[in-house]
Design a protein around this ligand. Structure first.
Ligand SMILES: [Zn+2]
Length: 78
C-alpha cells in the first residue's frame, strides 16, 4: 500500500513540474546569466554574443525537452 502512495506523490510532483514547464519554458542562460553578451576585456565597448544561448540570453529548461512538452519537439514558443 505504501508503494502506491509513494507513486501517487511522485506522479503529482511530475504533473506539477510539467504544468510549470508549459507555463515557463525558458530560464536565464546559465553562461551569460541573461546578459546575452560578453564584454571585451581590453576594449570595454566591444562585445560578443554568448555562444551558449546564441545571444538570446535564455535557454530552454531541460525538462521541456525531456518530457517533450508542447508540439515542436521540445522547442517552446517564444
Ligand atoms: Zn548566454
Amino acid at each position: 500500500m505504501e508503494l502506491v502512495l509513494v507513486l501517487g506523490v511522485v506522479g503529482i510532483l511530475i504533473a506539477v513540474y510539467v504544468v510549470s514547464l508549459r507555463l515557463n519554458p525558458w530560464v536565464k542562460c546559465s553562461k551569460c546569466h541573461g546578459k546575452q553578451k560578453f564584454q571585451g576585456w581590453a576594449f570595454s565597448h566591444a562585445h560578443h554574443g554568448c555562444p551558449k544561448c546564441k545571444g538570446t540570453g535564455r535557454q530552454v529548461r531541460w525538462g521541456y525537452k525531456f518530457f517533450r512538452v508542447g508540439p515542436n519537439n521540445g522547442v517552446p514558443p517564444r
